[in-house]
Ligand binder design. Structure first.
Ligand SMILES: Nc1ccn([C@@H]2O[C@H](COP(=O)(O)OP(=O)(O)OP(=O)(O)O)[C@@H](O)[C@H]2O)c(=O)n1
Ligand SMILES: C[C@](O)(CO)[C@H](O)COP(=O)(O)O
Length: 245
């Protein structure tokens, strides 16, 4: 007989970030040039509270509790030297592998995937320019991928949404819409198979690459998980980071 004070030995230990079932890997894509930011360098190198955006992001995934076994950072090949100097300047001790990006996000992710030698596991793909992803959010995405194989984090739109029509526009039901963020976590073999298919112009993220071969499971995202895209995002991101300190 079992009572509430003596747990049965058959009950498995609950999954926690200290005990992930499957090996975890991460690809941080930072191979873009930041045209919409219009800065003097790619936006992943702009500073937030004295540190490059990409370093903030890298630190989030190096968090010990997440147990990520291999971190791959994808950069434009011509920026390798810049990143190496920034790592030296900020005394970065986080072990990571740098890989050359491609002409599109899709090509950069594909190059990042090629650097993962592991036969199986779970892989998170995350924008290097989302420096506010919390450990709880990342854990939520990895944990859901144990069961669902293809997971994105997403939030409900706060604004009303309209679709453009031939004449005018019409309202969409925002309760049925989600704004998709990263990390996006996948079974490694599934993501490899998806990235063997040809690139399509409709691909905007990893879920759009995978969805023809596996349904995409959505978990709760985080409104704080901004993508640094245009100059005002830097102001908001700094304010949010300052609040965390
Ligand atoms: N060839 C590319 C293009 C984009 N990215 C990465 O994908 C993420 C999301 O892309 P986006 O915000 O569009 O970045 P950029 O392409 O740099 O920006 P823009 O579209 O304004 O030029 C970024 O971390 C970016 O560095 C990448 O790794 N390789
Ligand atoms: C991957 C992404 O961040 C999910 O919201 C987004 O699709 C990237 O889009 P972008 O056109 O590269 O900014």
């Amino acid at each position: 007989m079992n009572d509430s004070k003596t747990p049965s030995p058959q009950v498995p230990k609950p999954l926690s970030s200290q005990d992930p079932k499957t090996p975890r890997y991460t690809i941080l894509v930072a191979g873009g040039s930041g045209t919409r930011m219009g800065a003097d360098r790619p936006k992943q190198f702009l500073e937030l509270l004295g540190e490059p955006v990409l370093l903030h992001t890298l630190r989030r995934f190096a968090e010990a509790a997440l147990r990520v076994e291999q971190l791959v950072v994808v950069l434009p090949a011509e920026q390798f030297g810049v990143w190496s100097e920034l790592c030296a300047q900020h005394q970065v001790q986080i072990s990571h592998q740098v890989v050359a990006g491609g002409a599109s996000r899709w090509a950069s992710v594909r190059n990042g995937l090629a650097a993962l030698a592991a036969p199986d596991g779970l892989v998170a793909v995350h924008d290097g320019v989302r420096p506010l992803a919390s450990a709880a959010l990342i854990e939520r995405a990895f944990a859901a991928a144990e069961t669902h194989k293809a997971v994105v984090v997403a939030v409900t739109p706060k604004d009303s949404v309209r679709n453009l029509a031939q004449r005018g526009s019409y309202a969409l039901n925002r309760a049925r819409l989600r704004l998709v963020q990263t990390p996006q976590c996948f079974d490694l073999d599934l993501l490899r198979r998806a990235y063997q298919l040809p690139e399509l112009p409709s691909f905007t993220d990893d879920a759009s690459v995978v969805e023809d071969i596996c349904p995409i499971h959505i978990v709760e995202g985080d409104y704080r998980n901004l993508k640094i895209t245009t100059p005002e995002d830097l102001v908001v991101a700094e304010a949010l980071l300052r609040q965390e300190r």
